[in-house]
Design a protein around this ligand. Structure first.
Ligand SMILES: [Zn+2]
Length: 502
């Protein structure tokens, strides 16, 4: 046979569109060309596939070889087409029976010695193949993990020679999923490790229950990083679809699977591409890697303003479009933002223990880094103080454990989803006022508080959302004066947001 085709899959965001690898052999001077890929990409594939065939004791077909990856308008970077191209060449040159490729899909990178390597994004490709009711042939190293997640039929081999032997067999040995692959549970620090800080405990519970974004301000060593890393451990289990997306994203980035909400902590020197996604390979950025979990930005004011401004759109839409060449890839990015900052460059402004060495002007400029539109999306702004030293040594109070507060948080979230189909952090305008069901007495109290504290409309709405979550944690249908009082009483981080709007 001089012409054959093999099914494979490309990559577009979390999807893996079908690609047909067409192989045509014609007489003439031996030559290898992949239509649509440049000469250098063609030469690289040629080098790997030819070495792999020869190392596996097959013959390299001495023909003019033309390979086409159809449809031509899909992005086709990466090395995943090595395996289908090699199998197509074997069938076209009569070294493998044609029917061995029927109803099967193949993807994998070939080593020069003929071994099959896994590649980033194999999970997405295997899931789509299973949906199309095709057996998929992949590298042996990932087979069990992928088989258990997709629930499909997998043909796995460590190298090309073994795979061809399996394909020739009347009944190839398929890996089936009689077991569920258990990704390791993510271990986060326990709430009880944060000692002598009842305010931080309260704020973390509120953030977890209402999904509120959180900004913590406080001197170095007050436990901001610890608090941020406790939060994902307070969140309820992820819905199965979200958990699958989390692992699809991790597979694309070449990371292991996890069970539970992720925590990502990009450094303030991260580029926009690293944070948002869209490097040369259009891989997901940190905001997508934090999907379903927490994105922690430590030293918020050190992040360049353009980087922070980019966060606003995904915070609203819960997704991000990443461009690569002429193609757009969509990645989910529903994350909870936790940011931390010092109150001033030296870290001691407002402190009772140490004197601040900064001038008012440097403090103002420093805090400007944490103002602007991004701050409007953050409901909880709090200032943390160092706990008294004796709290660190003795257990002065009965500690809250993550495991004991998690059920209340899960119940409060269920209440919100049942009532308004969204978390309290997503409440806006009239919906927000409606679900708070304020009595006339509470309304009067709120208007007085707005006048006395000179609260802008935006910061009043922020406090209403938090008050709604306090009421949900208590199981109350309406927001009372006490709930509002607690929400208003949370110490504000000094970000100049209200001043900037005034
Ligand atoms: Zn200072």
């Amino acid at each position: 046979m001089q012409f054959t085709h093999v099914h494979s899959r490309s990559h577009a965001g979390l999807e893996a569109p079908s690609v047909t690898v067409e192989i045509h052999l014609t007489a003439g001077l031996p030559h290898f060309q992949i239509v649509g890929l440049g000469d250098s990409a063609s030469r690289q594939v040629y080098g790997r596939v030819r070495s792999a065939l020869l190392s596996s004791h097959f013959k390299w077909p001495d023909f003019r070889i033309t390979v086409n990856l159809a449809p031509t308008d899909l992005p086709k970077g990466g090395t995943r087409f090595d395996l289908p191209i090699a199998l197509g060449l074997l069938v076209a040159s009569g070294q493998l029976p044609a029917q061995s490729l029927d109803d099967r899909e193949f993807f994998g990178e070939l080593g020069l010695d003929g071994c099959i390597h896994s590649f980033h994004g194999a999970l997405a490709a295997a899931m789509e193949a299973c949906r199309a009711h095709r057996v998929c042939g992949i590298a042996a190293q990932d087979a069990e993990k992928i088989a258990s997640v997709t629930g499909g039929r997998i043909l796995a081999a460590p190298d090309l020679l073994t795979l061809c032997a399996q394909l020739k067999a009347p009944t190839p040995p398929l890996i089936r999923t009689d077991f569920a692959f258990e990704a390791p549970e993510r271990q986060y620090p326990d709430l009880a490790e944060l000692k002598g800080q009842p305010l931080t405990h309260e704020v973390l519970k509120l953030a977890a229950a209402g999904g509120h974004h959180l900004l913590m301000s406080g001197p170095p060593g007050v436990g901001k990083t610890l608090a941020a890393s406790i939060l994902p451990g307070l969140l309820p289990e992820l819905p199965p679809d979200t958990q699958r997306q989390v692992n699809l994203l991790r597979d694309l980035a070449g990371l292991g699977f996890i069970n539970g909400p992720p925590l990502r902590q990009p450094h303030h020197s991260s580029t926009i591409a690293a944070l948002m996604g869209g490097t040369a390979k259009a891989i997901p950025g940190e905001i997508s890697m934090a999907h379903g979990g927490v994105l922690f930005l430590d030293e918020l004011t050190e992040f360049p303003r353009p980087v922070l401004n980019q966060l606003r759109q995904p915070l609203e839409s819960g997704e991000i479009w990443v461009s690569r060449a002429a193609h757009q890839h969509r990645y989910p990015a529903q994350f909870q933002l936790v940011a931390a900052m010092n109150p001033c460059p030296c870290g001691h402004a407002g402190s009772r223990e140490s004197a601040c060495r900064c001038t008012p002007d440097t403090i103002r400029r420093y805090r400007q880094g944490a103002s602007g539109p991004l701050m409007d999306r953050i409901d909880l702004h709090v200032t943390l103080r160092r706990p008294p030293p004796e709290c660190l040594l003795s257990g002065t109070d009965t500690p809250d454990y993550s495991a004991t507060v998690r059920p209340d948080i899960a119940t409060a979230r269920e209440r919100q989803l049942h009532r308004q189909g969204a978390l309290n952090r997503d409440l806006r305008g009239e919906n927000l006022i409606a679900v708070c069901s304020l009595s006339s007495q509470t309304q009067k109290w709120l208007i007085e508080a707005m006048k006395t504290l000179q609260l802008s409309a935006r910061s009043t709405h922020r406090r209403l959302r938090v008050a709604r979550t306090i009421a949900d944690l208590e199981g109350s249908t309406s927001v009372s004066v006490e709930h509002l009082n607690t929400a208003v009483g949370l110490r504000e981080a000094p970000t100049d947001t209200d001043a900037a709007q005034a």
